[in-house]
Ligand binder design. Structure first.
Ligand SMILES: Nc1nc2c(ncn2[C@@H]2O[C@H](COP(=O)(O)OP(=O)(O)OP(=O)(O)O)[C@@H](O)[C@H]2O)c(=O)[nH]1
Ligand SMILES: [Mg+2]
Length: 224
C-alpha cells in the first residue's frame, strides 16, 4: 500500500454535529462514581452495563482524561510518576454505564513480574469483557505510536476489539511537529484492521477535544 493510501484510511476528527455535542455534554453532567479497582477479572462488575475503556502507556494521561471528561478533578488518581494506576478501575456514569481506567504499560523501570502481572490482567480483561464498546488508545502527541502500543494493538486484534486513537497533551506540541507524528501514526495504524478510522486530538489541561470525545462516547453508549 502506498503512503497516500495508508493515510487515506484515517482522519482527524474536526467536526461534530452540535446536537451530539449537546447530548455528550448532558451525559457527562450526570453523576460519576468510583465503583471499584480490580486486580483479577474474576472481580469484574457483573451488571452487564456497556463500557468504554482508556488504555495507553504509563503517564500518557488516561486518568487525567477521565477526570476532565467527568468534570471531577480527582475521581481518577493521577501522578507525575508513571505507574500510578495499577488496577483496572471502574467508574459508574449515569447509573448504568462504565468508564474503565486501565493501568499503563511501557514503563521501562517496571520489574518483569509487574509487567507480567499487567499483561495477564489486561489481556484477560480484553478477552473476557462482554460489554466493551470500544477501547480508546491514548497516544502522547509529542511521541506518537511506540512499539509497546503496537503490542497492545495486536492484543486487541486477537481479542476482536476495536480501538480508537486519542492523542493526548496537545497543549505540549507545536502544530508542525504534530503533523509529522500524525502521519507516522497513520502509517503504523494501517496494518491493524481493528483501528477505527477517526482519531481524536485532546488536551486535558486546556480542554481541547473533550466535547468531541464526550459526544463520541455518548454515541457508543447509545448503540443498541
Ligand atoms: N500538559 C499536559 N499534561 C497532562 C495532560 N494530561 C495529563 N497530563 C500530566 O501527565 C501526567 C500523567 O497523567 P496521568 O493521567 O496520571 O497518566 P496515566 O496515563 O493515568 O498514567 P498511569 O496511571 O501511570 O498509567 C500528570 O502529571 C498529568 O498532570 C495534558 O493534557 N497536558
Ligand atoms: Mg492512571
Amino acid at each position: 500500500m502506498t503512503k497516500e493510501k495508508q493515510q487515506a484510511l484515517f482522519y482527524l476528527a474536526n467536526h461534530i454535529d452540535p446536537d451530539q455535542v449537546e447530548a455528550g455534554h448532558k451525559l457527562f453532567a450526570k453523576q460519576t462514581e468510583f465503583i471499584k479497582g480490580i486486580t483479577s477479572v474474576t472481580a469484574m462488575p457483573s451488571e452487564g452495563y456497556p463500557e468504554v475503556c482508556f488504555s495507553g502507556r504509563s503517564n500518557v494521561g488516561k486518568s487525567s482524561l477521565i477526570n476532565n471528561l467527568t468534570g471531577r478533578n480527582s475521581i481518577a488518581r493521577t501522578s507525575k510518576t508513571p505507574g500510578r494506576t495499577r488496577e483496572i478501575n471502574f467508574f459508574l456514569l449515569d447509573q448504568n454505564k462504565f468508564l474503565v481506567d486501565l493501568p499503563g504499560y511501557g514503563f521501562a523501570k517496571a520489574p518483569l513480574k509487574e509487567r507480567e502481572r499487567w499483561q495477564k490482567l489486561v489481556s484477560d480483561y480484553f478477552f473476557q469483557s462482554q460489554n466493551l464498546r470500544r477501547v480508546f488508545l491514548l497516544i502522547d502527541s509529542r511521541h506518537g505510536i511506540k512499539s509497546s502500543d503496537i503490542n497492545l494493538m495486536k492484543m486487541l486484534g486477537e481479542a476482536g476489539v476495536i480501538f480508537q486513537v486519542v492523542f493526548t497533551k496537545y497543549d505540549k506540541v507545536k502544530e508542525l511537529q504534530f503533523k509529522e507524528v500524525l502521519e507516522a501514526s497513520f502509517e503504523k495504524m494501517a496494518s491493524h484492521a481493528n483501528a477505527f478510522s477517526e482519531v481524536l486530538l485532546t488536551s486535558s489541561r486546556k480542554g481541547h477535544g473533550i466535547a468531541i470525545l464526550r459526544a463520541t462516547i455518548n454515541n457508543l453508549f447509545h448503540l443498541s
